[in-house]
Design a protein around this ligand. Sequence first.
Ligand SMILES: Cc1ncc(COP(=O)(O)O)c(C=O)c1O
Length: 303
Amino acid sequence: MSSTIAWIAAAPDGPAAAAASPPAGTAAAMSLPEGQWGDPGDLALPLSDRGLLLGDGLFETVLLEEGRLQLLADHLERWRTSAALLGMAPPPPRSLILALVAEAGTRSGIRTGALRLNWSRGSGGRGLDLPAPAEAPAAHRFWLQLSATPPRFDAVTTWISRQERRNAASLLSRCKSFAYTAQIQARREAHAAGADDALLLSSNGDLCCGSAANLLVRHQGRWTTPPLASGCLPGVMRGRALRLGRAREGLLEPSALAGCDGAVLINSLGCRPIHRCDGNALPPIPSGQTEQLWRGLLEGATP
Ligand SMILES: Cc1ncc(COP(=O)(O)O)c(C=O)c1O
């Protein structure tokens, strides 16, 4: 039994393997494609992988709770849409993921944790140019990692990054790409300023999101989240909040935090109240309340 386990396809595993997979719901019956299980620190990627070299890939982080993957359909939809936007081959299907996660659970004993699904454009060529179209789909590479980590609802202090902004115009802002270096730098900046995490402004100057979460700000009991046009990620939990009528989209100037009656950072792995921003106290929200908000979205409960 271990606290983290990974699997990587033995050979690049493109849509041909995906097409060979049985339909959803038959996971238990399917035989797994060839691959290697192990500790993520012990498994290797080829040094030519574009995800490794260039951040040319897409990932999803899905919550596993009591053995059940939460909102998998929404995550797979974003994965597929993002792959199409970036001209990548379609990522592996639900049936394969369910089978691998069942096997990962058996091997590791993990019942609650974070599943990271990785889809790299794979190996090919030197430099930025894409491999020849005929080779591209076959070169894609898939691996996953399951780590025992519970959802988080504890308070967080934030700092608005002065160095990094979310690009409102970039296609990449709509995708969960491997490239998180801007967010890493923003978080370093936040730590240097004595805060736990960073908030990012949009390139248009309004508030956008956290380094790894969407932002919800409450005024007079109503939650607002920045529009996708700000460059924020179309987060699964953000999407649920909008669809269930628990939040609405709206521009939030940086000053919007000063007059709010609460703010949270929300993603698939939790919902954390922001208790300070740039050294200024925000109205505290008890973590029990943010968990209630988040679970309501997960379960689809109406207000
Ligand atoms: C930059 C960013 N925004 C938003 C989110 C929230 O997305 P989701 O609700 O799909 O987890 C994440 C999640 O990792 C993220 O990295």
